[in-house]
Design a binder for this molecule. Structure first.
Ligand code: SF4
Ligand code: SF4
Length: 327
């Protein structure tokens, strides 16, 4: 194995985007990510061997010590031995549609919701089927869904059930939680699927303010149903996510209520992040995260410990923890 600086997405990953394929979905670090591998994706012409050949060019650059500036500052970059002689995929991110049954104030789709909710998207199923048939997906690999809202996609359950049947066993789905999916439930029962539900609030009023739909009760009803589907020996398969949005939900009151709801619902794992546009704006202006927000993050870390909740750090929160040495 050769030792050089690279990341697992460059070596073995891809992110399906609305009309192209990227290397990964990360964009919160200094370099900004967004490396396009294939533009104008056409599922009829797509061929995995050719695609892996294009990826190899990026790997060859890394071997020579040339790191793409768009990777600058990314926590995934690491110097170690990479198995670059083997061509396979083990990280897939589905991000190719924008439709959603929610309307979050911080979502990039909110500037033209009608357009994003009607935008055409391609069918990934035939391409994924080929990947599995050609045995190019490495068992144990990670599959994630973002979007848009996955559960409202026409072929979502078909895709999940196909991948489960063909050896995928680490699938993470980001969902608004508004529509219940039997496919997700089956995957949870088999301990192969985990679902991250977007809560962003601790009560009905704040939920409505941020999500701009009146679905708070349905959200928690579905969260409870998913939580109940978890086998006794793995209670980390259902999570709710809270994105801190200064001037909206970044208060102890909202956090306390959100944590209470998780406990009442049987959820043992929580996800935290900080709103991305806000963080990018601070970075651009070379400003520090305000003290009250750093304190609030410290408060959440302590509360999670107190209630024995698994706390998952998403991008901006993770950078904040590292910068302020919060754990
Ligand atoms: S280093 Fe980061 S930005 Fe670059 S490809 Fe890997 S995950 Fe993406
Ligand atoms: S749930 Fe996700 S995709 Fe839907 S509006 Fe909110 S942020 Fe956007």
């Amino acid at each position: 194995m050769q030792e050089y600086t690279s990341c697992h997405w460059i070596q073995h990953g891809l992110s399906f985007e609305s009309n192209h394929i990227k290397m990964c979905c990360l964009c919160c670090h200094k370099g900004g990510g967004r490396i396009v591998i294939t533009d104008k994706f056409d599922e009829k012409k797509f061929d995995w061997k050719t695609f892996l050949g294009i990826k190899q060019k990026f790997i060859d650059e890394n071997i020579k010590g040339i790191i793409d500036p768009r990777c600058d500052g990314c926590f995934n970059l690491v110097k170690r031995g990479w198995d670059d002689n083997e061509k396979y995929i083990s990280y897939i991110h589905f991000n190719h549609w924008t439709r959603c049954n929610c309307d979050c104030i911080y979502c990039y789709t909110n500037w033209d919701k009608k357009n994003f909710n009607t935008k055409p998207y391609y069918n990934v199923f035939p391409v994924i089927k080929k990947l599995f048939e050609e045995k190019l997906f490495r068992p144990g690999g990670e599959i994630t869904f973002a979007g848009g809202e996955p559960t409202i996609l026409k072929d979502f359950d078909k895709l999940i059930l196909y991948m489960l049947k063909n050896g995928a066993d680490r699938i993470t789905i980001h969902s608004s939680g508004i529509k219940y999916s039997k496919g997700i439930e089956k995957g949870i029962k088999e301990k192969k699927v985990s679902v991250c539900l977007s809560a962003d609030s601790g009560d009905k009023d704040m939920y409505k303010k941020i999500k701009r739909v009146d679905k708070f009760d349905i959200f928690w009803k579905n969260a409870k149903k998913y939580a109940k589907a978890q086998p006794d020996d793995n209670k980390k398969l259902v999570e709710t996510k809270f994105i801190l949005i200064p001037e909206f939900n970044a208060t102890k009151e909202q956090i306390d209520k959100w944590i209470d709801l998780n406990i009442e619902t049987g959820i043992k794992s929580i996800v935290l992040d900080i709103e991305d546009v806000y963080c990018q704006d601070l970075r651009n202006k070379k400003k520090q995260i305000p003290e009250y927000l750093v304190d609030l993050c410290g408060y959440i870390i302590e509360k999670a410990k107190e209630y024995k909740l698994n706390l998952v750090e998403y991008n901006n929160f993770r950078y904040l923890i590292e910068e302020y040495h919060l754990v």
